[in-house]
Design a protein. Structure first.
Length: 57
């Protein structure tokens, strides 16, 4: 897995989690949903990179 892509995936996951928590604390459903979507995007990027690693070997 590319170090740059791994960091990007982890960053998206962390940023999404922060938005999700902030949305929950402020009762902002839109912000909470945005955070969930961003976390999902980070997880998808992480899975893609792991799959690429499997097929490299």
């Amino acid at each position: 897995m590319s170090g740059k892509e791994k960091m990007k995936a982890k960053g998206e996951q962390a940023k999404g989690k922060a938005k999700e928590v902030a949305g929950r604390m402020t009762d902002d459903e839109r912000l909470e949903a945005e955070g969930r979507a961003e976390r999902a995007k980070g997880h998808a990027r992480d899975a893609k990179e792991k799959a690429k690693d499997v097929f490299k070997h």
